[in-house]
Design a protein around this ligand. Structure first.
Ligand code: ZN
Length: 308
C-alpha cells in the first residue's frame, strides 16, 4: 500500500504577476522536496464540468471563462489573478482532488497528497478570491458524499488564513464536519468561534497572532480531536496550508516544521482508528519557499509512515 502524489504540469501554467506570493515556484519547490520520497506519482486529470458544478453555480464558471485573458493577466480582485493557463490549472487542481478521493476510497492507495495550484479554500460559491478559483477541498468532500455515497466526511484546514470558502460551500452540509484553525485577526477576517454552520458542524479555532506550536497543539488536542472522534468520519480531507510556519511572510504564527509533522501524525493516527487511514490532503498556502518545501515534505513523510 502506498501514498499517492497527484499533480500536473498545467499547475505551473497558472501565472501571477512578478512579486506575487502565490507563484509558480511554490509547486516547483514542493515537487523538488518530495522527489526523494517513495510515492506513487499520478497525473491529475481535468475535472469534469459536473465536478465543478457540484459546488459552484454555472455563473461562477462562466464568469471565470469570460475573464480568462488571451495574454498577460486578468485581475479578479485585489490579489487574485488569472493568466491564460489559469483555468486549465484550476481544472487540474479540482481533478486532482476527484482522483485522490477515487483512489483512496477504492483502496488503490492508503492516502494521497495533491500538489496543486491555484489553491482552493478561499473560493466561495460565487466568488473567486484569495488566490483561489474553485473550492478544491469542499469539492472533494461533496464528491465523496454525493458520488461515492459516504455519510460523513471531515475537512481539517490548518492553513493560517481562515478557510472562508470551504466554510461557505459546506455551511449547510450536515454530512461534513469542518474544522479550521486560523490566525485571528488576519485576512479574510472571518472564522470566529460563533461561525458554526447550519447544523453546528463547523468548528472554528482562532489562534492569536505570535502564538506558537504549543498553542496550536492544545487547540487541536482539546477541541478538534474529540470532535473528530465523536463524528466518526469515513474520510478525512486536509487543507494543508503551510503559512502558519514561523518563516512565512504573510502571517504571524510561529509553527515549526515539527509542528506540521506532529499535527499530520495525529490526524493519521485518528484516521487509522476511525476510517481505515483514509486521508486526502491538498496544498493550500505557504509562501516562504524553503519553509513551504520543508513543511510539505514533513507532512508527506507522515502520510507515507501511515501507509506501510
Ligand atoms: Zn493561507
Amino acid at each position: 500500500m502506498t501514498t499517492a502524489l497527484i499533480t500536473h504540469a498545467d499547475c505551473l501554467r497558472h501565472e501571477t504577476p512578478t512579486g506575487h506570493p502565490e507563484q509558480v515556484a511554490r509547486v516547483e519547490h514542493v515537487l523538488h522536496a518530495l522527489e526523494p520520497l517513495a510515492l506513487r506519482r499520478v497525473g491529475a486529470p481535468l475535472a469534469a464540468e459536473d465536478d465543478i458544478l457540484r459546488i459552484h453555480p454555472i455563473d461562477h464558471l462562466r464568469g471565470l471563462r469570460d475573464a480568462l485573458p488571451q495574454a498577460g493577466f486578468a485581475k479578479i480582485d485585489g490579489d487574485t489573478f488569472m493568466s491564460p493557463g489559469s483555468l486549465d490549472a484550476a481544472f487540474r487542481a479540482a481533478g486532482a482532488m476527484v482522483r485522490a478521493v477515487d483512489m483512496v476510497l477504492s483502496g488503490e492507495v492508503d492516502n494521497a497528497f495533491a500538489a496543486i495550484r491555484p489553491p482552493g479554500h478561499h473560493a466561495e460559491s460565487e466568488t473567486a478570491m484569495g488566490f483561489c478559483l474553485f473550492g478544491n477541498a469542499a469539492l472533494a468532500a461533496k464528491h465523496a458524499l454525493d458520488h461515492h455515497g459516504l455519510k460523513r466526511v471531515a475537512v481539517v484546514d490548518f492553513d493560517v488564513h481562515h478557510g472562508n470558502g470551504t466554510q461557505d460551500l459546506l455551511w449547510d452540509e450536515p454530512r461534513a464536519l469542518v474544522i479550521t484553525s486560523q490566525q485571528m485577526p488576519l485576512w479574510p477576517g472571518t472564522g470566529r468561534v460563533d461561525e458554526d454552520g447550519a447544523y453546528g458542524q463547523i468548528l472554528n479555532m482562532p489562534l492569536p497572532p505570535d502564538s506558537d506550536g504549543a498553542t496550536m497543539r492544545s487547540a487541536y488536542a482539546e477541541q478538534a480531536f474529540p470532535r473528530l472522534r465523536a463524528f466518526k468520519p469515513e474520510l478525512i480531507i486536509i487543507s494543508a496550508g503551510f503559512d502558519a510556519h514561523r518563516d512565512d511572510p504573510l502571517a504571524n504564527l510561529n509553527w515549526s516544521t515539527e509542528d506540521f509533522a506532529w499535527l499530520t501524525a495525529e490526524l493519521c493516527s485518528l484516521a487509522a482508528a476511525l476510517c481505515a487511514g483514509r486521508i486526502v490532503s491538498t496544498l493550500e498556502g505557504g509562501y516562504d519557499l524553503n519553509a513551504l518545501a520543508q513543511a510539505t515534505r514533513a507532512h508527506v513523510e507522515e502520510l507515507i509512515k501511515a501507509a506501510p
